[in-house]
Design a protein around this ligand. Structure first.
Ligand code: AKG
Length: 258
């Protein structure tokens, strides 16, 4: 998948880009099935909400073949290579299910401040490619972005209990009216690309509609971690170059649709 000049410009202007209907429904169903099976496990890589429901399953591409294939899929790798302008390695992989009724908030933050301060990533030459595994609506916990906020560069935020949420004074400075915020809504199978410095967050999900989103964080090969402190299942230590595979997920999930 190659971004058009217009899509690339939108990403540069806003700090994110939503590309609808990239993965087929068969692929999405297979990815949902794999995620649901993983959420049943109790292992340190699977973090939970206060009531025990899954919140984030990290690093599952390391033990699940479908997810491993997904990280190589050219529909994710190629547009990110195009934006970053270099070959990539995988910095992080996670599925955030934001379960029905219980999925909790992610306060406003930038991702790069954590990658830099805690993982020792030198530059913001890394970004997320996210796949919607459910239809994402404003109501079931869509990501919200502060338009153009990646142009601020890294805004320092203190580590509080392992997270670096933005301080309120910075949020107040950045969000002057509702027009400063964009909500990334889209159908299951859409891909959302976003910059490491773009300010984003999401509200809780009080609807009966789950909102599963899968995230692969890719970084430029020359931008490898210098002094990672977080566990390897969160900040990966393999800096192998990714070689894109055409429709890798479709091949890996063929048994679901055969
Ligand atoms: O899945 C979400 O709603 C937000 C996730 C996020 O921003 C994060 O994990 O840093």
């Amino acid at each position: 998948m190659k971004l058009t000049a217009e899509q690339h410009q939108q990403f540069d202007d806003n700090g994110f880009l939503l590309v609808p209907d990239v993965f087929s429904l068969d692929e999405v169903i297979a990815l949902r099935d794999e995620s649901n099976a993983i959420f049943q496990h109790h292992r340190p890589e699977i973090w939970r909400e206060k009531n025990g429901e899954p919140r984030t399953a990290f690093g599952c591409h390391e033990y699940n073949e479908v997810f491993r294939a997904l990280t190589l899929d050219s529909r994710l790798v190629k547009p990110v290579e195009q934006i970053i302008g270099e070959q990539l390695y995988i910095h992080q992989f996670k599925v955030n299910p934001k379960v029905a009724f219980e999925g909790d908030t992610f306060p406003w933050h930038q991702d790069f401040v954590t990658w830099h301060e805690d993982d020792g990533m030198p530059e913001a030459r890394a970004m997320n490619a996210a796949i919607f595994l459910d239809d994402v609506h404003a109501s079931n916990g869509a990501l919200m972005f502060v338009l153009g906020s990646h142009k601020e560069g890294m805004i320092y935020a203190e580590d509080v209990n392992g997270r670096r949420w933005l301080e309120r004074k910075d949020v107040v400075r950045l969000i002057r009216s509702g027009d400063d915020i964009a909500i990334a809504e889209g159908r299951a199978g859409s891909v959302l690309l976003f910059h490491g410095d773009v300010v984003h967050g999401s509200a809780g999900n009080i609807t009966p509609l789950p909102r599963r989103i899968l995230y692969v964080t890719y970084s430029a090969l020359s931008n490898h971690l210098l002094r990672p402190t977080r566990p390897p299942y969160i900040a990966h230590r393999s800096f192998e170059p990714i070689v894109a595979v055409e429709r890798a997920v479709q091949h890996a999930t063929a048994h679901h649709t055969a």
